[in-house]
Design a protein around this ligand. Structure first.
Ligand code: ATP
Length: 261
Protein backbone atom coordinates (compact mmCIF):
# COMPACT_ATOMS: atom_id res chain seq x y z
CA UNK A 1 0.00 0.00 0.00
CA UNK A 2 1.35 3.43 -0.94
CA UNK A 3 1.60 6.30 1.53
CA UNK A 4 -0.59 8.46 -0.73
CA UNK A 5 -2.78 7.05 -3.51
CA UNK A 6 -4.68 9.11 -6.02
CA UNK A 7 -7.11 7.07 -8.10
CA UNK A 8 -9.15 8.38 -11.02
CA UNK A 9 -9.45 11.76 -9.35
CA UNK A 10 -11.58 14.50 -10.97
CA UNK A 11 -12.29 18.04 -9.86
CA UNK A 12 -14.94 20.29 -11.32
CA UNK A 13 -16.06 23.79 -10.37
CA UNK A 14 -19.57 24.07 -11.84
CA UNK A 15 -19.21 23.34 -15.56
CA UNK A 16 -15.46 23.78 -15.52
CA UNK A 17 -13.45 20.58 -15.44
CA UNK A 18 -10.20 21.55 -13.73
CA UNK A 19 -8.58 18.15 -13.21
CA UNK A 20 -9.39 14.89 -14.95
CA UNK A 21 -8.41 11.37 -14.17
CA UNK A 22 -5.37 11.87 -11.96
CA UNK A 23 -3.60 8.68 -10.93
CA UNK A 24 -0.60 8.71 -8.64
CA UNK A 25 1.12 6.67 -5.94
CA UNK A 26 3.56 8.45 -3.67
CA UNK A 27 5.78 6.85 -1.05
CA UNK A 28 6.75 8.42 2.25
CA UNK A 29 9.74 10.76 1.95
CA UNK A 30 9.29 11.55 -1.73
CA UNK A 31 9.74 15.16 -2.87
CA UNK A 32 7.28 15.77 -5.71
CA UNK A 33 7.50 18.98 -7.66
CA UNK A 34 4.43 20.06 -9.65
CA UNK A 35 4.76 22.17 -12.78
CA UNK A 36 2.28 23.18 -15.46
CA UNK A 37 0.66 26.13 -17.19
CA UNK A 38 -1.13 28.68 -15.05
CA UNK A 39 -4.70 27.59 -14.31
CA UNK A 40 -4.00 23.87 -14.81
CA UNK A 41 -5.18 23.03 -11.31
CA UNK A 42 -1.91 22.59 -9.41
CA UNK A 43 -3.07 24.67 -6.44
CA UNK A 44 -6.44 22.93 -6.55
CA UNK A 45 -4.66 19.58 -6.24
CA UNK A 46 -2.66 20.90 -3.25
CA UNK A 47 -5.89 22.12 -1.65
CA UNK A 48 -7.36 18.64 -2.02
CA UNK A 49 -4.25 17.16 -0.38
CA UNK A 50 -4.66 19.72 2.41
CA UNK A 51 -8.34 18.91 2.94
CA UNK A 52 -9.53 22.37 1.93
CA UNK A 53 -11.25 21.14 -1.24
CA UNK A 54 -12.98 17.87 -1.98
CA UNK A 55 -12.78 15.94 -5.21
CA UNK A 56 -15.77 15.63 -7.53
CA UNK A 57 -14.96 11.99 -8.28
CA UNK A 58 -12.30 9.45 -7.47
CA UNK A 59 -10.22 8.57 -4.41
CA UNK A 60 -7.55 10.36 -2.45
CA UNK A 61 -6.09 8.01 0.14
CA UNK A 62 -3.56 8.46 2.94
CA UNK A 63 -2.25 5.03 3.98
CA UNK A 64 -5.33 3.45 2.44
CA UNK A 65 -7.79 5.71 4.30
CA UNK A 66 -9.81 8.57 2.81
CA UNK A 67 -7.99 11.85 3.37
CA UNK A 68 -9.35 13.76 6.38
CA UNK A 69 -11.84 16.30 4.98
CA UNK A 70 -10.44 19.13 7.11
CA UNK A 71 -6.86 20.40 7.34
CA UNK A 72 -5.16 18.70 10.30
CA UNK A 73 -1.70 18.23 11.75
CA UNK A 74 -0.84 15.57 9.17
CA UNK A 75 -0.44 18.32 6.61
CA UNK A 76 1.28 21.70 6.69
CA UNK A 77 1.16 24.31 3.95
CA UNK A 78 3.28 27.30 2.96
CA UNK A 79 2.00 29.78 0.36
CA UNK A 80 3.83 32.20 -1.91
CA UNK A 81 2.64 35.17 0.10
CA UNK A 82 3.63 35.24 3.69
CA UNK A 83 1.14 33.56 5.93
CA UNK A 84 2.57 34.49 9.33
CA UNK A 85 0.71 36.45 12.00
CA UNK A 86 1.80 40.11 11.95
CA UNK A 87 0.87 40.75 15.59
CA UNK A 88 3.06 37.96 16.97
CA UNK A 89 6.85 37.87 17.27
CA UNK A 90 8.85 35.27 15.38
CA UNK A 91 9.03 33.00 18.44
CA UNK A 92 5.32 33.47 19.25
CA UNK A 93 4.40 32.68 15.64
CA UNK A 94 6.10 29.29 15.87
CA UNK A 95 4.91 28.62 19.43
CA UNK A 96 1.27 29.31 18.61
CA UNK A 97 0.63 26.05 16.75
CA UNK A 98 1.84 24.01 19.73
CA UNK A 99 -0.21 26.12 22.17
CA UNK A 100 -3.39 25.78 20.14
CA UNK A 101 -2.86 22.06 19.77
CA UNK A 102 -2.27 21.40 23.47
CA UNK A 103 -4.64 24.07 24.87
CA UNK A 104 -7.24 24.67 22.14
CA UNK A 105 -9.50 26.81 24.31
CA UNK A 106 -6.99 28.92 26.18
CA UNK A 107 -4.33 29.03 23.46
CA UNK A 108 -1.63 29.37 26.14
CA UNK A 109 0.82 27.01 27.77
CA UNK A 110 2.24 27.44 31.27
CA UNK A 111 5.03 26.04 33.42
CA UNK A 112 6.93 23.00 32.24
CA UNK A 113 4.69 22.47 29.19
CA UNK A 114 5.55 26.00 27.99
CA UNK A 115 9.24 25.48 28.72
CA UNK A 116 9.25 22.24 26.74
CA UNK A 117 7.37 23.84 23.84
CA UNK A 118 9.77 26.81 23.79
CA UNK A 119 12.74 24.45 23.58
CA UNK A 120 11.18 22.87 20.48
CA UNK A 121 10.47 26.32 19.04
CA UNK A 122 14.05 27.51 19.62
CA UNK A 123 15.40 24.33 18.05
CA UNK A 124 13.22 24.90 14.98
CA UNK A 125 14.26 28.58 14.76
CA UNK A 126 17.90 27.49 14.85
CA UNK A 127 17.27 25.04 12.00
CA UNK A 128 15.85 27.77 9.78
CA UNK A 129 18.48 30.31 10.84
CA UNK A 130 16.15 32.65 12.70
CA UNK A 131 17.61 32.48 16.22
CA UNK A 132 18.90 36.06 16.11
CA UNK A 133 15.43 37.26 15.03
CA UNK A 134 13.39 35.31 17.60
CA UNK A 135 12.01 38.46 19.25
CA UNK A 136 11.44 40.46 16.09
CA UNK A 137 8.06 41.22 14.50
CA UNK A 138 7.32 39.86 11.01
CA UNK A 139 7.40 43.35 9.44
CA UNK A 140 11.02 43.64 10.58
CA UNK A 141 12.00 40.56 8.52
CA UNK A 142 13.02 40.30 4.86
CA UNK A 143 10.86 38.27 2.43
CA UNK A 144 13.22 35.28 2.67
CA UNK A 145 13.17 35.42 6.47
CA UNK A 146 9.36 35.55 6.49
CA UNK A 147 9.25 32.45 4.29
CA UNK A 148 11.70 30.70 6.63
CA UNK A 149 9.36 31.62 9.47
CA UNK A 150 6.37 30.23 7.56
CA UNK A 151 8.27 26.98 6.98
CA UNK A 152 9.23 26.79 10.69
CA UNK A 153 5.60 27.42 11.64
CA UNK A 154 4.52 24.48 9.50
CA UNK A 155 7.30 22.09 10.48
CA UNK A 156 6.95 22.62 14.25
CA UNK A 157 3.69 20.66 14.01
CA UNK A 158 5.63 17.70 12.57
CA UNK A 159 3.27 17.23 9.62
CA UNK A 160 3.71 14.07 7.62
CA UNK A 161 3.12 15.94 4.39
CA UNK A 162 4.40 19.43 3.59
CA UNK A 163 2.59 21.31 0.83
CA UNK A 164 4.39 24.24 -0.73
CA UNK A 165 2.54 26.50 -3.17
CA UNK A 166 5.20 28.48 -5.05
CA UNK A 167 6.90 29.25 -1.75
CA UNK A 168 9.85 31.05 -3.30
CA UNK A 169 8.03 32.77 -6.18
CA UNK A 170 8.28 36.22 -4.60
CA UNK A 171 11.95 36.00 -3.59
CA UNK A 172 15.09 37.34 -5.26
CA UNK A 173 17.20 34.73 -7.11
CA UNK A 174 20.04 34.79 -4.53
CA UNK A 175 17.67 34.31 -1.58
CA UNK A 176 15.83 31.63 -3.57
CA UNK A 177 19.02 29.65 -3.85
CA UNK A 178 19.60 29.84 -0.09
CA UNK A 179 16.02 28.71 0.46
CA UNK A 180 16.57 25.73 -1.87
CA UNK A 181 19.52 24.58 0.19
CA UNK A 182 17.59 25.06 3.44
CA UNK A 183 14.58 23.14 2.16
CA UNK A 184 16.71 20.24 0.90
CA UNK A 185 18.52 20.11 4.23
CA UNK A 186 15.26 20.10 6.24
CA UNK A 187 13.70 17.49 3.94
CA UNK A 188 16.72 15.21 4.36
CA UNK A 189 16.82 15.70 8.15
CA UNK A 190 13.11 15.25 8.77
CA UNK A 191 12.31 12.77 5.99
CA UNK A 192 8.97 14.43 5.30
CA UNK A 193 6.90 13.93 2.12
CA UNK A 194 6.78 17.13 0.07
CA UNK A 195 4.54 18.38 -2.73
CA UNK A 196 5.77 21.66 -4.14
CA UNK A 197 4.17 23.74 -6.90
CA UNK A 198 6.56 25.87 -8.89
CA UNK A 199 6.40 27.86 -12.12
CA UNK A 200 10.08 27.28 -12.63
CA UNK A 201 10.71 23.96 -14.35
CA UNK A 202 14.39 24.15 -13.49
CA UNK A 203 13.59 24.71 -9.81
CA UNK A 204 11.27 21.70 -9.92
CA UNK A 205 13.93 19.67 -11.62
CA UNK A 206 16.63 20.70 -9.15
CA UNK A 207 14.68 20.21 -5.92
CA UNK A 208 12.43 17.21 -6.40
CA UNK A 209 12.95 13.48 -6.55
CA UNK A 210 9.98 13.29 -8.86
CA UNK A 211 8.59 15.77 -11.35
CA UNK A 212 4.84 15.83 -12.03
CA UNK A 213 3.73 17.79 -15.08
CA UNK A 214 0.10 18.98 -15.14
CA UNK A 215 -1.14 19.65 -18.65
CA UNK A 216 -4.24 19.46 -20.81
CA UNK A 217 -4.17 16.65 -23.31
CA UNK A 218 -7.59 17.49 -24.70
CA UNK A 219 -8.67 20.93 -25.82
CA UNK A 220 -11.99 22.05 -27.28
CA UNK A 221 -11.47 25.59 -28.64
CA UNK A 222 -15.27 26.15 -28.54
CA UNK A 223 -15.55 25.03 -24.93
CA UNK A 224 -12.30 25.61 -23.04
CA UNK A 225 -13.86 24.42 -19.77
CA UNK A 226 -14.87 21.00 -21.11
CA UNK A 227 -11.59 19.29 -20.36
CA UNK A 228 -9.26 19.44 -17.42
CA UNK A 229 -5.58 18.91 -16.91
CA UNK A 230 -4.06 15.61 -15.96
CA UNK A 231 -0.58 14.37 -15.09
CA UNK A 232 1.14 14.08 -18.45
CA UNK A 233 4.61 13.30 -17.17
CA UNK A 234 5.56 11.60 -13.90
CA UNK A 235 9.32 11.40 -13.95
CA UNK A 236 11.89 10.26 -11.46
CA UNK A 237 14.42 13.05 -11.44
CA UNK A 238 17.94 12.02 -12.21
CA UNK A 239 16.91 9.89 -15.17
CA UNK A 240 15.82 12.77 -17.34
CA UNK A 241 17.74 14.18 -20.25
CA UNK A 242 17.84 17.78 -21.38
CA UNK A 243 15.74 17.27 -24.53
CA UNK A 244 12.87 15.88 -22.46
CA UNK A 245 13.06 18.97 -20.27
CA UNK A 246 12.78 21.12 -23.42
CA UNK A 247 9.79 19.06 -24.66
CA UNK A 248 7.99 19.59 -21.34
CA UNK A 249 8.79 23.30 -21.39
CA UNK A 250 7.37 23.57 -24.91
CA UNK A 251 4.22 21.62 -24.09
CA UNK A 252 3.50 23.70 -20.97
CA UNK A 253 4.07 26.91 -22.93
CA UNK A 254 1.68 25.74 -25.69
CA UNK A 255 -1.04 25.05 -23.12
CA UNK A 256 -0.47 28.45 -21.51
CA UNK A 257 -0.87 30.09 -24.97
CA UNK A 258 -4.09 28.13 -25.62
CA UNK A 259 -5.50 29.25 -22.29
CA UNK A 260 -4.56 32.86 -22.89
CA UNK A 261 -6.05 32.87 -26.43
N1 ATP B 1 -12.89 27.99 -5.51
C1 ATP B 1 -12.96 28.02 -6.84
N2 ATP B 1 -14.13 28.20 -7.47
C2 ATP B 1 -14.21 28.20 -8.81
N3 ATP B 1 -13.15 28.04 -9.64
C3 ATP B 1 -11.96 27.85 -9.06
C4 ATP B 1 -11.79 27.84 -7.64
N4 ATP B 1 -10.48 27.62 -7.37
C5 ATP B 1 -9.86 27.52 -8.56
N5 ATP B 1 -10.74 27.67 -9.58
C6 ATP B 1 -10.42 27.57 -11.01
O1 ATP B 1 -9.74 26.37 -11.23
C7 ATP B 1 -8.72 26.53 -12.21
C8 ATP B 1 -7.41 26.03 -11.65
O2 ATP B 1 -6.94 26.92 -10.66
P1 ATP B 1 -5.62 26.65 -9.84
O3 ATP B 1 -5.38 27.85 -8.96
O4 ATP B 1 -5.67 25.33 -9.19
O5 ATP B 1 -4.53 26.59 -11.01
P2 ATP B 1 -2.96 26.63 -10.92
O6 ATP B 1 -2.44 25.62 -11.87
O7 ATP B 1 -2.51 26.50 -9.50
O8 ATP B 1 -2.65 28.10 -11.44
P3 ATP B 1 -1.44 29.08 -11.09
O9 ATP B 1 -0.21 28.40 -11.60
O10 ATP B 1 -1.77 30.34 -11.88
O11 ATP B 1 -1.45 29.31 -9.61
C9 ATP B 1 -8.73 28.02 -12.58
O12 ATP B 1 -9.44 28.18 -13.78
C10 ATP B 1 -9.46 28.67 -11.44
O13 ATP B 1 -10.14 29.83 -11.86
Amino acid sequence: MSFISVNKLWKQYGDQVVLENLNLDVEQGEFCTLVGASGCGKSTFLKMLLGQETQTRGDLLLEGQTFPAEPDRNRGIVFQRYSVFPHLTVRQNVLMGLELEQRPLLGKLFGSARKEALEKVDDMLARVGLTPSANKWPHELSGGMQQRLAIAQSLIMRPRVLLLDEPFGALDPGIRKDMHELLLQLWQEIGITIFMVTHDLHEGFYLGTRLLVFDKVRNDPHDPNAYGATITYDLPIGQMDRSLLQDIDQSVTNTARHQAA
